[in-house]
Design a protein around this ligand. Structure first.
Ligand SMILES: Nc1nc2c(c(=O)[nH]1)N[C@H]1C(S)=C(S)[C@@H](COP(=O)(O)OP(=O)(O)OC[C@H]3O[C@@H](n4cnc5c(N)ncnc54)[C@H](O)[C@@H]3O)O[C@H]1N2
Ligand code: MOO
Ligand SMILES: [Mg+2]
Length: 398
């Protein structure tokens, strides 16, 4: 069988090759940029007044002048004015161009104004104070946002400031979510004693929404031919299929055989992990991918967090998430030679430590347990004792 790291690496070698598309800035939040956004002008584009006050020539102040006649006012949104009498001043507002022949702004708080004259009341005025000089932040032509960046509100602001009404981003993949199983009924149905409502595809749909991906939902009974027909149809117009259930050793677990019959190349089946051991992954020559996730709901959540979401993030062109780590609050023993993904509740302590409180629950069907958990802690396969205070990687579930 494969280790978690090997299985993960295989999935990352079969990423979806997604095209790019142009979207309006209004629709770009949460999308992944696929072109550089350049500065069309210097940042800021002119010497900009950064405090409301009076603009003066510093050499006058340095020569001892404190009283300045107010010769006019420079407002934001006006063309640049000129201070012609250098012993005078111009009132100047935040966001305005610094008037020509001035170089320093004194805040209203640091002057008294009477009879059309301003008196400076501070002794520590510095030359150039309260002026945000042209091009101090970025220069025209600089790359402001690089390809591969997630467009969050800050990137949207910068793109707007350089006049980008639309941006080129990765197209979103077309994803189908397929639950399998005779025991599963829809969420508005009343289950018979031997039935349950399906939940895995709803969980997956919610998880994909965090990447802005909307998926279609499908359900199929444990019927090989019907499954084959449905998957044939879905492969015609989807980039990624995520199946749940039917991948283990049961007499009605048809998924791996059907996927092989449809010509999907199996990359692996089964990983040395708990939960989620029966995970199946394959790809097509057309660049599609298929994850068949074990049906037990905790396994489905774990496989989504550990494999599917990183696969989609990388396919969209995002860099890998920075790893998160936490410290176990109590010693955990786990004997099997498998990577153990332990559900944990994360608590951030005032001293900066992130603590992981184990919530083992009653196994991979106990998905109510995940309501109390925030993450899975990845405990390596080559050990069986994980001591209180030791740090391990965690994979957030929320
Ligand atoms: N003899 C063996 N039996 C099992 C093994 C094994 O290695 N040998 N592996 C176990 C492990 S580990 C898991 S995980 C499960 C995986 O099962 P399948 O992927 O085949 O899934 P099913 O048999 O269809 O269902 C398992 C379980 O999950 C429930 N389920 C399925 N789909 C949904 C859904 N959409 N929403 C909610 N719940 C779902 C289903 O009702 C079953 O209870 O196999 C073990 N067995
Ligand atoms: O991996 Mo299964 O998820 O242990 O129940
Ligand atoms: Mg099964």
């Amino acid at each position: 069988m494969l280790s978690v790291a090997e299985a993960f690496a295989i999935t990352q070698q079969h990423l979806l090759q997604l095209p790019t598309e142009s979207v309006s800035l209004a629709a770009a939040t949460g999308r992944v940029l696929q072109e550089p956004v350049l500065a069309d002008r210097d940042f800021p584009p002119f010497d900009r007044v950064s405090m409301d006050g009076i603009a003066i020539r510093y050499e006058q102040y340095a020569g001892g002048a404190r009283l300045f006649r107010i010769a006019g006012a420079q407002f934001a949104g006006q063309p640049q004015q000129t201070l012609t009498d250098q012993t005078a001043c111009l009132e100047a507002m935040t966001g305005a161009m610094l008037p020509a022949q001035t170089d320093t702004v004194v805040r209203y708080e640091d002057v008294t104004i009477a009879d059309g004259q301003a008196t400076i009341t501070i002794d520590d005025l510095q030359p150039g104070q309260n002026v945000h000089h042209r091009a101090t932040d970025r220069r025209a032509g600089d790359e402001l946002i690089s390809a591969g960046m997630l467009l969050s509100p800050s990137e949207i602001a910068v793109a707007a400031s350089v006049g980008r009404a639309s941006v080129v981003v990765s197209a979103l993949p077309r994803v189908a979510l397929i639950s399998t199983g005779d025991e599963l009924v829809g969420l508005t149905e009343t289950p018979l004693p031997y039935q349950i409502r399906r939940s895995n595809t709803y969980m997956l749909r919610a998880a994909l929404l965090s990447l802005g991906i909307t998926a279609t939902l499908h359900h199929i009974a444990d019927d090989e031919l019907a499954l084959e027909d449905m998957l044939t149809d879905l492969l015609a117009n989807h980039d990624l299929l995520l199946l749940s259930g039917g991948v283990s050793a049961g007499k009605a677990d048809f998924v791996p055989d059907v996927l092989t019959r449809l010509g999907i190349q199996k990359q692996f089946h089964k990983v040395d992990q708990r939960p989620g051991k029966p995970l199946w992954f394959g790809s097509t020559t057309a660049g599609q991918a298929v994850f068949a996730l074990p049906g037990n709901p905790v396994s489905t959540v774990l496989c989504a967090c550990r494999y599917v979401l990183p696969f989609l993030r990388a396919s969209l062109g995002l860099p890998a998430d920075r790893p998160h780590y936490a410290q176990l609050t109590r010693t955990i023993l786990f004997d099997p030679a498998l990577t153990y993904f332990l559900p944990v509740r994360l608590v951030s302590e005032p001293d900066g430590r992130m603590m992981a409180h184990p919530l083992p629950g009653s196994g991979s069907a106990d998905f109510a347990n995940l309501l109390d958990a925030d993450a899975f802690m990845e405990l390596p396969a080559d050990r069986s004792e994980f001591r209180a205070g030791e740090g391990f990687r965690v994979w957030p579930t929320r």
